[in-house]
Design a protein around this ligand. Structure first.
Ligand SMILES: [Zn+2]
Length: 199
């Protein structure tokens, strides 16, 4: 029996291990078992592991809370929602921003398409804040609320480019009848009022 104990003593097995995160030399029982690792133990100590997971749990919770708050605000106060969105976009793009909540005026219908604006996360006819002249920022007199579709079509175009685009559209689709048939075949997103396209 003594011989067996001596044999293990001679092997000089490591009794401590350095944590890959806090870099402390710690006793082996400070590490969780992990059969995927070559030494059968996790590379970071239990404490660091716990902290790591807690951190991600918190981050996930915060993200969920934020998106929930955004959704609630969109329904409860669409103007405030659009205002906040414009503000954070301006900040992200380094764009001028000096509007107040009063500058956000949501019309019933999209000024471009005449479709009813619908407060929604994914709808093409959801209201969205547009910089009238792209690049001048969210400044007094340079914002308007139009549908997301109109905003996406307008994108970065300058007023001159928009006029060129409009001219090109008239040249390419000179016939309203063709347009109607094309719209029907493409199933352009629409807001419930389907009679408009079928007459
Ligand atoms: Zn550690």
């Amino acid at each position: 029996m003594d011989g067996v104990i001596d044999m293990f003593a001679d092997l000089d097995l490591p009794k401590k291990k350095t944590c890959g995160r806090c870099l402390q030399l710690l006793a082996l029982d400070s590490f969780a078992k992990n059969p995927c690792k070559p030494d059968g133990m996790s590379a970071v100590c239990k404490l660091c592991q716990k902290f790591h997971y807690k951190k991600w749990e918190r981050a996930g919770d915060n993200l969920q809370r934020t998106s929930l708050r955004r959704k609630e605000l969109r329904k409860a106060d669409p103007r405030r929602f659009l205002f906040n969105e414009a503000k954070s976009r301006a900040k992200g793009l380094g764009r001028a921003f000096n509007i107040s909540l009063d500058d956000i005026v949501i019309p019933d219908r999209c000024p471009v398409f005449g479709e009813l604006l619908e407060v929604s996360e994914s709808h093409w006819f959801a209201p969205s804040v547009d910089e009238k002249v792209y690049g001048l920022g969210y400044t007094k007199g340079n914002v308007q609320v139009i549908s997301r579709l109109a905003n996406a079509m307008k994108h970065k175009a300058s007023p001159a480019q928009l006029r060129q685009f409009a001219d090109w559209v008239y040249r390419t689709f000179p016939n309203m009848d063709t347009d109607k048939r094309m719209l029907e075949s493409f199933m352009l997103p629409r807001s419930g009022d389907e009679a408009r396209w079928t007459n």
